[in-house]
Design a protein around this ligand. Structure first.
Ligand SMILES: Cc1ncc(COP(=O)(O)O)c(C=O)c1O
Length: 406
């Protein structure tokens, strides 16, 4: 019997033991104090390469002040779903600011990026339709595909030529949707958005791009990879999050008024879930001001990421096709990634090991996530630790070991 005394759940103990054996068991650790480049995790201070706080805004006092002021004014809880009485003036203001920021007619706020992705896909396609999804798309996009009950066709990561082959029989469907991350969350590489936009036009498909990791970081105004590659107007459905570079929590869809109106009527996580507190929206507006007024945060971040990638490649590490602030060090087996992460932790550095099912089998990695808050010294510490001879027998397969190569 397991400790809860519930015989019906005993299978869970067996499954967890199995995860342990495979080196795949995940465990919560507790952070004390703010999310920042230096954090206290389970009581130990570490340099933090494991957040998505790319612009260093999560603990920015301007966001906290905006949230506190809104909470004093409007109270904390929103008390209802948006369509009932949960949609406050602060949410409305944020939606207007998001539309301005994205240069679209309208925007709609969800309680998370996960809800935005899953709810939007299920709202725009259904039985009789087809979705084409990159193999490495985020879990929320996958779940949206499943929820939609549309046919799902998976194309190999970034392989638009293969996608074109799959699109050949797309005319038989009522509606077609191509969906992709823009900056992939684990590999840190970019989707071929120009080619995807060409294919979407040629095959009369909607193109949906999830900019979760690129919002605030890529593009001249920080709108994302579609802005950077000049295809914004060719993307029918743009998704972003407030949860990463914008230092808050929540997700949004930006697009035409018609699209947003449809989502208000059909996106189930929007309709059937309580609105986030108005204070969260106020913090996000403050973050948008910073993204507009302090472009150097994103330009410096991307320049540093480029430097770090070059250094790691020069030292023989496999960083894949990373092109932004997310830099995977691909080591192959899950146990190896875990050992690696542990060894770095011993040296005061938190770099999470990313293992299946988050990444495919054989692609376990250390996911280095750079933020505007990292100092030169912190990055130098990481580079030095990765180069240390004492670590090499434990963690290095590097160029000499094919299991480290993808
Ligand atoms: C690519 C991608 N899309 C969406 C999400 C979900 O966003 P949120 O954390 O706001 O739910 C994530 C989160 O990790 C992500 O990596």
């Amino acid at each position: 019997m397991n400790p809860t005394g519930d015989v019906a759940l005993e299978w869970i103990d067996r499954e967890l033991a199995d995860l342990d054996r495979q080196g795949l068991r995940r465990r919560l650790q507790t952070r004390e104090g703010p999310q920042a480049a230096r954090v206290v995790l389970d009581g130990r201070e570490l340099v933090n390469f494991g957040s998505n706080d790319y612009l260093g805004l999560a603990a920015d006092p301007r966001l906290a002040a905006a949230a506190a002021e809104a909470a004093q004014r409007d109270g904390w809880g929103s008390g209802a779903s948006p369509l009932v009485t949960g949609h406050a003036a602060a949410h409305q203001q944020l939606q207007q600011r998001l539309a301005e920021f994205e240069g679209t007619e309208a925007a709609l706020l969800f309680t998370s990026g996960f809800a935005a992705n899953a709810g939007t896909i299920a709202a725009v396609v259904g039985p009789g339709d087809v979705v084409y999804s990159d193999r490495k798309n985020h879990a929320s996009l996958w779940d949206g595909c499943r929820l939609s009950r549309a046919d799902v066709r998976v194309y190999p990561h970034g392989d638009w030529r293969q996608l074109e082959t799959l699109l050949a029989d797309s005319p038989k469907y009522r509606r077609r949707l191509i969906v992709t991350d823009s900056l992939f969350s684990m590999d840190g590489d970019l989707a071929p958005l120009v080619e995807l936009a060409d294919l979407a036009e040629r095959y009369d498909a909607m193109l949906m791009v999830d900019e979760a990791h690129a919002t605030g970081v890529f593009g001249q105004r920080g709108r994302g990879v579609a802005e950077q590659l000049g295809v914004e107007d060719r993307v029918s459905i743009r998704v972003g999050t407030l949860s990463k570079a914008l230092g808050s929590v929540g997700g949004f869809v930006a697009g035409s008024r018609t699209l947003i109106e449809w989502l208000v009527n059909r996106a189930r996580p929007y309709i059937f879930s309580t609105a986030s507190p108005a204070a969260i929206a106020a913090a996000a507006v403050a973050a948008l001001d910073i993204v507009r007024d302090e472009p150097q945060r994103r330009t410096a971040l991307l320049a540093r990421a480029q430097e770090l990638r070059n250094t790691l490649r020069g030292a023989g590490w496999n960083v894949g096709a990373s092109a932004g602030q997310i830099i995977p060090v691909i080591v192959g087996e899950p146990a190896r990634a875990a050992t690696f992460s542990h060894a770095l932790r011993e040296r005061g550095l938190f770099v999470p090991a990313i293992r299946p099912p988050t990444v495919p089998e054989g692609e376990a990695c250390l996911r280095i996530s750079l933020t505007a808050g990292h100092s030169e010294e912190m990055i130098a510490m990481l580079v030095a630790a990765l180069g240390q001879r004492t670590l090499q027998p434990v963690i290095l397969g590097r160029n000499s070991n094919s299991s480290c190569e993808r």
